[in-house]
Design a protein around this ligand. Structure first.
Ligand SMILES: [Zn+2]
Length: 407
């Protein structure tokens, strides 16, 4: 199959995943449609396919209503938060030390300034959780205010493209919360000590989701794992992040259709990179407990194929022979360059478990993260499908090279 035919396929897959399916948030109907589509397509290329399931929640909201001193304020329910309908005095807090000293039980607390500068990691997030975040969450839970209002600043470096961003995005955290802009927060703060009324209309919906694990030649003693997260954040078509990675896996699966693999090849649509509970990642690790040591190389695709700039790869704990095979293979592709290391996304799941890893993204990742990711702007027009086709072809070449070197 020619690169241009592959690129045409990529366009169709992308359309399916981002336009016909408007949201792939974990637990939604669209998420299920996406994993079904991936499973059927990859199976059609001769892969044995399994869809291990996990329990999760979907979430719905119909806005929030906030008033103080006869004025009303614009606020939105925090994703995955419980709803509420409460009236209580307003306490204003701007640092963890202030929070520690504050009497806020039975108050509604407004968090603004320093304490609200970056999103707090979900309390049960397994892969990364700074002490400062744990401290803030712990203090909030022990003091148990009636509700939380977070006023968050525009902070693309730390908080990404979304403004205002939800300070809390955690289905395991049970104090109702909403979020608002810095300006609304400043206006509201002048009502400190007064009664405020907050109604947040939001609800959690028990649901389920699955990973899709597609395998070839798994009797081989060593395997290559290729993964891309199939879920998207709430409120984005998620074209670059990360339908683009998923589409590349489907192109690769087709390129490998008639290949007799001597290494096991496992292609995984992993479901949870943009979900507070990282459910798909946790499930994958659970199913691979004690079995990750046979991974010759794990390859994660997240946000590849940005229209502007080349595709960038980075290597993590790869033995010399594998690193050389990657550099030699990708060196033959003008659009594939070695980029900055990226200590996020699903390759870290492998790195933290001592499996060598290769990450593939776009060199313009910083621009994507600070201007596009997780917003309605992340549309298929931003993806260059020819780049996805080229990346799939380079990955096929890499797999064949690793096989020929008996790695
Ligand atoms: Zn992503």
């Amino acid at each position: 199959m020619s690169l241009s035919q592959l690129a045409e396929k990529a366009e169709r897959y992308l359309e399916r995943l981002c336009v016909e399916i408007p949201s792939r948030r974990v637990g939604s109907e669209g998420n299920r449609a996406a994993t079904d589509f991936f499973a059927e397509t990859v199976a059609s290329f001769g892969f044995r396919t399994e869809c291990p399931e996990f329990a999760c929640i979907d979430w719905e909201q119909e806005g929030a209503h906030l008033t103080a001193g006869g004025e009303s304020f614009e606020a939105s329910p925090s994703p995955y938060a419980l709803g509420c309908d409460v009236s209580a005095p307003l306490a204003v807090v701007s640092s963890a030390d202030e929070l520690e000293a504050a009497e806020i039980t039975d108050a509604i607390v407004l968090l603004r300034g320093e304490i609200a500068k970056e999103q707090l990691m979900p309390k049960n997030f397994p892969f990364y959780n700074p002490d400062e975040h744990r401290r803030i969450i712990g203090l909030l839970e022990s003091k148990a205010p009636r509700a939380i209002i977070a006023a968050t600043t525009r902070n693309p470096e730390l908080a990404g493209a979304v403004y205002p961003f939800p300070l809390i995005e955690d289905g395991d955290f049970d104090i109702p919360s909403v979020y608002m802009t810095e300006d609304e927060g400043r206006r509201l703060a002048s009502h400190g000590g007064e009664m405020v009324a907050l109604e947040s209309r939001a609800r959690r919906i028990p649901s389920s989701g699955c990973n899709v694990v597609a395998r070839k030649a798994m009797a081989a003693p060593r395997r290559i794992v290729l993964c891309a997260h199939i879920d998207s954040k709430l409120g984005t078509p998620g074209a670059l992040d990360n339908a683009a990675g998923v589409v590349t896996l489907l192109l690769l699966a087709e390129l490998l259709e008639d290949t007799d693999c001597r290494l096991g090849v496992e292609i995984v649509a992993i479901n949870g990179e943009d979900y507070y509970a990282a459910s798909g990642e946790k499930l994958y690790l659970e199913h691979n407990r004690g079995a990750l040591s046979n991974i010759a190389l794990s390859i994660n695709l997240d946000a590849p194929g940005y229209r502007q700039g080349p595709t960038a790869y980075s290597l993590y704990d790869c033995p010399d022979a594998i690193a050389a095979a990657v550099r030699n293979t990708f060196g033959g592709y003008a659009d594939l360059v070695e980029g900055e290391p990226w200590y996020q996304s699903d390759h870290m799941v492998f790195v933290q478990n001592q499996a060598p890893a290769l990450a593939i993204t776009s060199e313009g990742l910083m621009e994507i993260e600070t201007a596009v990711a997780h917003t309605p702007k992340d549309r298929p027009e931003l993806v260059d499908c020819a780049k996805l086709a080229m990346t799939a072809s380079a990955l096929r070449d890499l797999i064949l090279r690793l096989e020929s070197q008996a790695i």
